[in-house]
Design a protein around this ligand. Structure first.
Ligand SMILES: N[C@@H](CCC(=O)N[C@@H](CS)C(=O)NCC(=O)O)C(=O)O
Length: 208
């Protein structure tokens, strides 16, 4: 199984999940700053994923799974004992899917592309930061009740994804000072050995 990733991007989330689950994984870096995107073995990445974005997971049967929220659930379901996702069909699983979708649509796609491209303009970027702050306030309130992680005391795929996206905050100039529980959460997740291992494997130092 091979994960196509770009350092520090949203592909860090499935990378973390694979390590947390103890799943052996080949990784291949994609240079998304080049057009067309090129992998570290010199392949045109659009020949792998026509959408051109990471993460993309090549399965052992040669098929390709894309979309981070789906990939992390696939990986978690390969190792149910890891508890990275509650069993399919349970109420808890739908709660996790709700969080994954929240992170994907309300956070990931507000940080990126809006805060990564100055050409959108300062006004649009401030609107995006305001919307992100509203969503992070929701997470902050939730953490007051949930405990250590989004789903309680068990680290799940939702945490790998949330940590990855909120980790862009310093670069994106998203101010986390109003969210002490979220900042403590980032420290907590960021100090997990497998999270550190994934970040080191990608050549990263630390998140937000
Ligand atoms: N809908 C995709 C979006 C993935 C995505 O935005 N990937 C970014 C990195 S975080 C990327 O590869 N961007 C390069 C590009 O779109 O060309 C998902 O949720 O997995």
């Amino acid at each position: 199984m091979k994960l196509y990733y770009a350092t520090g991007t949203c592909s860090l989330s499935p990378h973390i999940v694979a390590l947390e689950a103890g799943i052996p994984l080949d990784i291949e870096r994609v240079d998304i700053s080049r057009k067309p995107h090129v992998t570290s073995t010199g392949r045109d990445f659009t020949k792998v994923n026509p959408n051109g974005y990471v993460p993309a997971l090549e399965l052992d049967d040669g098929s390709l799974l894309t979309e981070g929220a789906a990939i992390v659930q696939y990986l978690a379901d390969l190792r149910p004992a890891s508890k990275l996702a509650p069993a399919a069909g349970t109420g808890e699983r739908y709660q996790l899917q709700s969080w994954l979708n929240f992170v994907a649509t309300e956070l990931h796609k507000m940080y990126s592309p809006w805060l990564f491209h100055p050409e959108y303009g300062a006004q649009a970027q401030e609107v995006a930061r305001g919307k992100i702050a509203e969503r992070l306030a929701h997470v902050e309130n939730h953490l007051a009740d949930s405990g250590s992680y989004l789903m309680g005391e068990t680290f799940t795929t939702g945490d790998a994804y949330l940590f990855t996206i909120v980790g862009w905050s310093a670069f994106a100039k998203v101010d986390l000072s109003a969210f002490p529980r979220l900042r403590a959460y980032m420290e907590r997740v960021g100090s997990r050995p497998k999270v550190r291992e994934a970040m080191q494997a990608e050549g990263m130092k630390r998140a937000a």
